[in-house]
Design a binder for this molecule. Structure first.
Ligand SMILES: [Zn+2]
Length: 287
């Protein structure tokens, strides 16, 4: 996840007080997810990870830039909680960690409780800024059983969800440290969606949290960017078939200008993910 070249360029962008639309796109480039497969095999990630990454500072440094090391720390912090599928103790503690990080970095931290399948759920939202609303999202729940694991012995085990879960939220939490919505003249909501990843298990569907979130919106976001599976060791970020064509072309072009090799401007995947409820509302969105 660490790309020093990208970070130094991003730093120079963030040094400017007022960011243009193009500069804003540069600032979000580091968080775009490249979904590896459309609902690929689950349960293939390591079951334990040492939380040895550098923790981020608790006070906003001036002129901060996105740190892959800090994002990695946030991923490792979530990995303390396995399992963390909706309703478990790990899920509750992980959610509390996310909310505390939003608040620590100067965002208004809110939880949005709802009930799905007789289970208490909650989306977690960090709000900041004024102006047109932009939503940047990721899901923080995990899959309760690795039912598609190649090894049959693993198929009743919970998915650790380092990449498919923790990595996207890790990017949100590092963004909470570095993004300045007031400089962008936008309202930004960082949303950790619940109940995304248990489709097909025990009567659950996919993306229940984002469906609930969109159903409660009282203002229409200008755009939505979703990050998921952004922590691959060999990350490749392709166009996604349900994403907004113009938005993805703009962002991939900025990536090309910045010489980010992971961004590949060709369609590879079409996903059911938390951007779909936004698609159905006609909101520009990108995965
Ligand atoms: Zn996912």
């Amino acid at each position: 996840m660490t790309r020093p070249t990208a970070s130094s360029k991003l730093s120079s962008v963030l040094h400017q007080r007022v960011l243009t639309r193009r500069q804003f796109l540069q600032s979000v480039l580091v968080l775009l997810g490249g979904c590896a497969t459309a609902r690929g095999p689950a349960g293939t990630e390591p079951t334990s990870v040492a939380a040895t990454a550098t923790p981020p500072p608790t006070v906003l440094p001036q002129l901060a830039h996105f740190s892959g090391d800090f994002a990695f720390h946030h991923a490792m912090a979530q990995m303390q909680y396995v399992p963390r599928h909706t309703g478990t103790e790990g899920w509750r503690k992980c959610g509390d960690y996310i909310l505390s990080q939003f608040a620590t970095q100067g965002w208004v931290a809110e939880e949005q409780p709802f009930v799905y399948q007789q289970t208490d759920c909650r989306n977690l939202i960090g709000k900041r800024g004024e102006g047109p609303l932009l939503v940047i999202g990721a899901h923080y729940d995990s899959r309760r059983r690795a039912d598609r694991d190649p090894d049959p012995a693993q198929r009743t085990e919970p998915v650790p969800a380092a990449n498919d879960g923790a990595s996207g939220v890790a990017v949100l939490l590092e963004l909470a440290r570095v993004l300045r919505p007031e400089d962008l003249q936008r309202t930004i909501w960082l949303v950790a969606f619940d109940a995304e990843d248990n489709g097909g298990l025990d009567g659950w569907d996919w993306i229940a949290g984002s469906r609930h979130f969109v159903s409660t919106l009282t203002q229409t976001p200008q755009g939505m960017v979703l990050v998921d599976m952004i922590g691959d060791a060999d990350q490749q970020i392709y166009y996604e078939g349900n994403s907004h064509q113009q938005m993805r072309e703009q962002i991939w072009q900025v990536a090309a200008d910045l010489e980010y090799p992971a961004f590949l401007p060709e369609l590879r995947h079409t996903m059911i993910d938390d951007h779909i409820p936004f698609v159905q509302e006609g909101i520009p969105r990108l995965t």
